[in-house]
Design a protein around this ligand. Structure first.
Ligand code: FEO
Length: 401
């Protein structure tokens, strides 16, 4: 049975499932380490389930819910987020406990109708500041629109200083035995958390900053997200990481992403990296857009101040795999970066022109030197790549002052 039921506080149960079968989150983002869907059950004078799980794991989830609930009936189901990775088992919960009261905000009510054709009979609408009295626990609701969907909200149990944070403070990766942050090595999963944030929430960083700001005001001893670990020893760590990502806090270094068919653009990327190293840049990572999924490139680029994009020309245009990366970077609103571009072409250009257009659309500090080789790189392009590396290094140094 692929579920973990653990009483994480007296009367509070973690009901988490691991999904190692789904290859892509949202059918797009690779899941080499799987993902966990977490729900939480409060058993006080009243019983209250907070969120459910994705439908592919619903059977195991319902069995565990029944086992923990025993003869009791479910009074409330708080729907913090309607995305199907959390609302997938909602119908089954309703079948099991037809009198349960559904708790959500106005948008949740609309989505219950739109996605699941569930009417408003048992639905109680709440908004920020409203509370739900369960006995020894009272939940206070805070709406966090667009982190991740418009109906997203979190629930705070003031007496137990516990925050049920839905997607916020979650990450990719299954929960392999260790549920709490003090039972695992979070640093080993740090990059998967950052990849989750940058690709799933990154676009909404402005709203995330607001939500994190609201959460920071609360006295928190435990954070219970719907993906990944429960934070009880050091919740400040995940709040800080999320805060850094949402504020586009960058470190020294450069990501070079290139698209190359026969190696002519790749060799430019390698030369550029060497010149950057000679200029004193110490953290340089090169990614081949044909080999590395853009979610990893975005995630790595998010935290490095420098980004350099290089593309061969394909059918008078930027290389298709680079085009995909550009779309992902643009969609997720990468900001606060120094950007450089280069590329190559065979008989008529196209790639560098499109990279230049991309650089002009975003909020970047753009390096003036743009290098374009006809065929393979020659001495002239070598010199221009040195110039681009110097310009990038100078801008990085200036930004760090
Ligand atoms: Fe984990 Fe936005 O759903």
């Amino acid at each position: 049975m692929n579920i973990q039921t653990v009483e994480i506080q007296q009367g509070l149960w973690y009901l988490g499932v691991n999904d190692r079968q789904t290859e892509f989150f949202e059918n797009m983002w690779p899941l080499p380490n799987g993902v966990a869907y977490n729900a939480y059950l409060i058993q006080s004078e009243k019983t209250c389930l907070i969120d459910t799980v994705r439908v592919n794991k619903a059977d195991a989830f319902i069995e565990s819910l029944k086992r923990v609930m025993g003869d009791r009936t479910l009074d409330y189901l708080v729907i913090q987020h309607m995305e199907p990775d959390h609302s997938g088992a909602l119908r089954l919960v309703l079948e099991l406990y037809p009198d349960v009261h559904l708790i959500g905000n106005r948008k949740t009510g609309e989505m219950l109708h739109d996605y699941l054709e569930i009417g408003n009979e048992n639905f109680r609408e709440v908004k920020t500041g409203d509370t739900l009295d369960l006995g020894d626990r009272t939940l206070e609701f805070v709406q966090t629109p667009m982190v991740h969907w418009p109906e997203s909200m979190v629930s705070y149990d003031r007496a137990h200083k516990t925050l049920f944070s839905q997607d916020i403070f979650g990450g990719f990766g299954t929960v392999d035995g260790g549920i709490f942050d003090d039972e695992v090595h979070y640093d080993a999963r740090y990059e998967e958390y950052r990849r989750y944030y940058t690709n799933i929430v990154g676009k909404y960083s402005m709203m995330a900053r607001k939500s994190i700001g609201q959460v920071k005001e609360l006295d928190i001893e435990m954070i219970c997200p719907v993906h990944g670990y429960v934070w009880r020893k050091n919740p400040k760590r995940i709040i800080e990481d999320y805060s850094n990502w949402a504020n586009y806090k960058v470190k020294d270094g450069v990501v070079i992403a290139f698209g190359s068919m026969y190696g002519n653009t790749e060799v430019m990327a390698d030369h550029l990296a060497r010149y950057l190293a000679e200029e004193g840049v110490r953290s340089i990572e090169i990614f081949d857009v044909s080999k590395t999924h853009p979610s990893y490139i975005l995630s790595n680029a998010w935290e490095k101040r420098g980004l350099i994009l290089g593309s061969c020309t394909y059918n008078n245009s930027v290389y298709p795999n680079m085009h995909r990366l550009l779309h992902i970077l643009e969609m997720n609103k990468l900001e606060n970066h120094v950007l450089g571009v280069f590329g190559s072409y065979g008989w008529s250009g196209g790639a560098v022109k499109e990279l230049k257009a991309f650089s002009e659309r975003g909020k970047f500090d753009v390096c003036e030197t743009m290098v374009e080789a006809k065929g393979t790189m020659h001495l002239k392009e070598e010199e221009l790549l040195r110039q681009l590396a110097k310009e990038m290094a100078d801008k990085l140094r200036a930004a760090e002052k």
